[in-house]
Design a protein around this ligand. Structure first.
Ligand code: FAD
Length: 530
């Protein structure tokens, strides 16, 4: 059973290793656990639904609570404290496109606001109902989840948009193919959600972001049906897929998507190389990316992230030994871990690996323990988010933010972001542990992904205030450095205040006009993105 107030399956635990607990206590001070609100108490307080009964909707308290929030930090504060605020009046579970049309008509008749819901893994408030007079119907795509068509010759597969990562990959694997889209939320996030948020998987360098993988599909909007036929390329005017990508549920419900798939790779390997400083690391990854080597993944951690990652790995003696040897070879206290992924045909993997590791070594890289560290990363790539449960229980909040900028601005932006976070709670006498990695790469720049931890306050509202202060400081730094407010999480509620700085007045108006054409009454996921 999935946790209703945390991450993942209830059967999976990831306790904080003792070395990591010591590091946090050193950096932040001791955490104080807060007791979570029991589900029974939250269910007892659920108000009556304002929606009339319908065969496709379920207004029972538990399903409404389980679809009330996503995975943002405010969502965690709400579910852990039991102070959920607004919850949907009902949840619909359509089985087919025709049901979706019925629900759009029902929404128009009842004045309901509709929130499309994929896996509920949004980290920026995308699926949260907002207050107001209108009742809210959350529409879960969980049952629209099958493989519809598979064109092996063209390497195209069409799925119901509610299919979650593991099911989608299982269907493709059975036919010798993969989508290659592996966000860290893979276990629960869905194809429709990836498209609606412009998601990027961990191996985007090789397979591409969802924009490259999304070839076409179908959207049911209040104003009608938008069919997007798939072409290898087209010059027939502006590409309407761009309106659907990143729509965040505002223009309608994606019911079907056709994606570009790849044959399963013959070989896949991940390795780590340690660079003596972050500057060496940035120079190495830029050269690797601009050399256009066929890599499937790169991830460069700052020194603080490297230290934190090694503590989180547990195995204290082994890590101490590894650090001793790395230090002797020139990768000491400031060392930065670079992970490299190679995926594809065996000869391509062999050549790419030789070239890429050669470039990293030329930037003073040290590859001691690289294969073991790479394997360890591969094993725990979807398990790490489970740590958030244990950290919260130990009294620490964890949140992440992400952006992207051109190469010439990367080093300054990393510094500015971390400084904004680290000093953000100083007036309260609280410290913040912040660290960054670069993880999605382009010839002209990279995405920055910053994780920050701070202590939970005894009062959930105060924890939320701490988060608001940090979020505002970090977002101001992003805007000041002319970087994007989101590289792959999307806008939702939490990034919305900073969107206009990037799109401009006319740009925002165009988006509003487009939404209004699809959804004249403004019933789709209001308040998000714009
Ligand atoms: C632990 C963790 C790790 C993560 N790692 C990554 C990562 O590596 N890369 C990344 O890109 N993101 C990541 N995310 C963010 C999140 O997983 C993505 O935004 C994901 O694409 C959301 O998919 P979902 O199916 O859960 O959508 P939801 O959270 O259910 O919805 C997100 C938005 O999409 C809309 N939507 C969903 N389905 C549809 C549909 N069928 N039609 C129309 N609108 C729809 C919703 O209305 C909402 O606005 C992570 C999140 C967590 C919690």
């Amino acid at each position: 059973m999935r946790r209703w107030n945390g991450w993942g399956d209830e059967a999976t635990e990831y306790p904080v290793p003792p070395g990591a607990a010591r590091l946090l206590e050193q950096r932040l001070g001791p955490g104080a656990a807060t007791a979570p609100a029991p589900l029974s108490a939250v269910l007892a307080a659920v108000p009556r639904s304002r929606l009339p009964a319908h065969a496709l909707i379920d207004a029972s308290p538990e399903i409404r609570v389980r679809h009330a929030r996503g995975q943002s930090l405010p969502d965690w504060v709400a579910t852990r404290s039991g102070r959920l605020g607004v919850i949907p009046d009902a949840v619909a579970l359509p089985n087919a496109r025709e049901d979706v049309r019925t629900l759009l008509d029902y929404g128009a008749r009842t004045g309901a606001r509709l929130i499309p819901y994929g896996g509920g893994t949004s980290v920026v408030g995308h699926v949260n109902p907002l207050g107001g007079e209108a009742p809210v119907l959350t529409v879960s795509l969980a049952r629209i989840n099958g493989l519809r068509r598979f064109d092996e010759v063209s390497e195209l597969a069409s799925f119901g948009a509610g299919i979650a990562g593991p099911d989608l990959e299982a269907q493709l694997r059975a036919r010798g193919f993969t989508l290659g889209h592996f966000p860290q939320s893979f276990e629960f996030s869905t194809l429709g959600g990836w498209i609606a948020t412009r998601s990027s998987g961990q191996q985007s360098l090789g397979y591409g972001r969802i924009e490259r993988l999304f070839a076409g599909g179908r959207v049911e909007a209040p104003a009608g049906t938008l069919d997007l036929p798939s072409f290898p390329a087209s010059a027939a005017g502006p590409d309407l897929r761009e309106i659907v990508l990143g729509c965040e549920g505002r223009l309608g419900i994606i019911t079907e998507a056709t994606v570009r798939v790849s044959p399963l790779p013959e070989r896949e390997r991940f390795y780590a190389v340690f660079l003596p400083t972050f500057d060496d690391g940035v120079a190495a990854v830029r050269e690797l990316v601009q050399a256009r080597l066929p890599l499937s993944m790169l991830r460069l951690s700052t020194a603080v992230e490297t230290e934190t990652t090694l503590r989180l790995a547990g195995h204290e003696r082994l890590i101490q030994a590894l650090e001793g040897v790395l230090s002797l070879r020139g990768a000491g206290a400031e060392k930065c871990m670079l992970l490299l992924g190679f995926t594809g045909r065996k000869p391509v993997v062999t050549v790419a690996r030789k070239d890429a590791i050669g470039i990293a070594l030329a930037h003073r890289g040290v590859r001691v323990g690289g294969a073991v560290v790479g394997k360890q990363w591969q094993r725990s790539r979807f398990r790490v988010p489970y740590l958030r449960n244990a950290l919260w229980e130990a009294g620490y909040a964890v949140d992440t933010l992400e952006t992207a900028t051109r190469w010439s601005r990367v080093p300054k932006l990393v510094q500015a972001l971390e400084a904004a976070l680290e000093g953000g709670l100083a007036p309260l006498g609280e410290r913040v542990h912040a660290f960054t990695h670069l993880s999605h790469f382009y010839p002209d720049g990279a995405s920055l992904y910053t994780t920050y931890l701070f202590r939970l306050a005894a009062d959930p509202d105060e924890t939320l205030d701490r988060w608001r202060t940090l979020k505002a400081a970090a977002s101001a730094a992003i805007v000041a450095h002319r970087a994007t407010i989101s590289h792959h999480h999307g806008v939702g509620l939490d990034n919305a205040p900073w969107l206009a700085a990037e799109k401009g007045v006319l740009g925002m108006q165009v988006l509003r006009d487009v939404w209004a054409r699809f959804d004249p009454a403004g019933m789709m996921n209001p308040g998000k993105l714009l």
